[in-house]
Design a protein around this ligand. Structure first.
Ligand code: HAM
Length: 437
């Protein structure tokens, strides 16, 4: 098979195929494993009474620019954005700003004073692709909108941890930090700038630039020399107001009560501008350089950033499904087997093919997984196909069987064959399939 190379899927995106795949541009985990993972995520989040919200993949660029922040890497460098007519569109790079947009636009506060929403779907960022970092990737996450208590923070973190616990993932590390309220960040930013300025010459080019624009991002550095410089830098926790500190202490106490282990990390800066108070990130040692499985925090000022007259307290997390899959593979997670086919109908001749088409329809209506030959192949080739599809039974019908109104049913596991009358066929298959599964 060949395809014009210019038509291959875009680097950093992949096809999710029914089979496990090793070819470039395909995700190695098959679609049935994705479905399983998505189902577990939904079940866990629904146990916390999160309800699903689905927002468009296409959003107005200003929503993301204002919501996520003009100076963030996501907005400055990583948006897939374009203009058509008078409108600026962006493929959503995340869902917190879109979910807040939907909350404000549809007055969801009138549906209950606390909204607990979850989502699952594709996001887009024009990053340099590598393992665990893609241009189209999939996030799941939750947003609790309308609650300002530390209990809401604990609930969000507990829901995140419950998802990973449901998969039995081990060795995870939860990092926690607090960014305080509206005035904390500017005060801390100024203090950090003042501390780092004398060392500006020793900083990398990118950190020097960040020193002017977004010095908090320097705290993220992987550069050993810069890390040493930062050891004595001012800590944001020392800049919290008494009420912000009380909130943070209460969140930590709740996590302890819930038995959720965490480490405090004053260097945890998230790459999005909307955060206030609690921020957190969950890491797995199985992910290599892209170690964050999930991240989130409180964003009490986002609603105002989007033009709402009053602050709307809110907190959430989002997580990458591809990264979850990497961690699951590394820990040899047993994905459920594809259930396979119940019945493959083997038809010999035109009349039998017609009978098979109708019989397949009937058996499917009764709940069985059924397939049949669509190429008019030989009996041998059809039996091979039944085998390849791991069908539990092959039901073989030719002219003779049609005359006798009996099908030959082959148990593909034992090789035993039975002649079964047409009008008993469905009971026979259903009875045994149900008994055997
Ligand atoms: P984020 O940290 O930018 O936060 O992304 C959350 C998660 O998405 C990351 O921890 C990672 O697992 C996954 N992720 C991000 N970018 C990529 C990529 N290029 N390839 C693969 N996976 C990726 C947010 O998006 C915030 N909206 C989280 C949040 C929700 N804050 C409050 N509510």
């Amino acid at each position: 098979m060949s395809l014009d190379p210019t038509l291959r899927n875009i680097r950093g995106t992949f096809d999710i195929l029914p089979q496990a795949a090793a070819s470039e541009g395909a995700h190695e985990v098959p679609s049935c494993a994705w479905q399983h993972v998505e189902q577990v995520i939904r079940e866990v989040l629904e146990r916390f009474n999160f309800r699903e919200i689905r927002t468009p993949i296409l959003e107005p660029t200003p929503l993301i620019a204002r919501g996520v922040g003009q100076l963030t890497d996501i907005v400055a460098k990583e948006m897939f954005a374009f203009r058509r007519g008078e409108t600026d569109y962006v493929l959503r790079p995340e869902l917190t700003a879109p979910v807040m947009r939907a909350y404000l636009q549809h007055r969801l506060d009138q549906q209950g004073s606390v909204q607990k929403l979850y989502y699952l779907g594709p996001c887009f960022r024009a990053e340099n692709p590598q393992k665990g970092r893609y241009r189209q990737f999939h996030q799941f996450g939750v947003e609790v909108i309308g609650a300002e208590t530390p209990e809401a923070d604990a609930e969000v973190i507990a829901a995140m941890m419950a998802v990973y616990e449901a998969f039995g993932l081990r060795k995870l590390r939860l990092r926690l930090n607090a960014l305080g309220d509206a005035d904390t960040r500017p005060r801390y930013k100024a203090a950090l700038q003042a501390y780092l300025e004398p060392y500006a010459e020793q900083l990398s080019a990118i950190s020097r630039k960040r020193l002017e624009t977004n010095p908090l991002r320097i705290l993220d550095t992987k550069d050993a020399r810069e890390r040493r410089l930062l050891e004595n830098a001012p800590r944001i926790l020392d800049f919290l107001s008494p009420s912000a500190r009380a909130h943070y202490e209460a969140v930590k106490a709740h996590l302890q009560e819930l038995g959720i282990a965490f480490v405090e990390d004053p260097f945890l800066v998230r790459g999005l501008d909307y955060y206030t108070h609690t921020t957190f990130e969950l890491e797995s040692p199985d992910l290599g350089a892209q170690s964050a499985l999930a991240g989130g925090g409180r964003y009490d000022l986002l609603a105002q950033e989007l033009g709402h007259e009053a602050a709307v307290p809110a907190i959430g997390f989002a997580a990458g499904i591809e990264r979850l899959l990497i961690a699951l593979q590394a820990q040899h997670y047993a994905f459920p087997e594809d259930p396979g086919l119940d019945v493959f109908l083997v038809a010999l001749g035109q009349n039998a093919a017609r009978w098979s088409l109708c019989q397949a329809q009937q058996l499917r209506r009764e709940g069985l997984r059924v397939d049949l030959d669509l190429k008019g192949r030989s009996m041998k080739a059809q039996m091979r196909e039944a085998n390849r599809q791991q069908a539990r039974y092959a039901v073989i019908v030719g002219e003779e069987e049609l005359l006798r109104k009996q099908a030959r049913v082959r148990d593909m596991r034992t090789g035993q064959q039975h002649d079964v009358a047409f009008d008993e066929l469905s009971d026979f298959l259903k009875g045994t399939v149900v008994r055997l599964t």
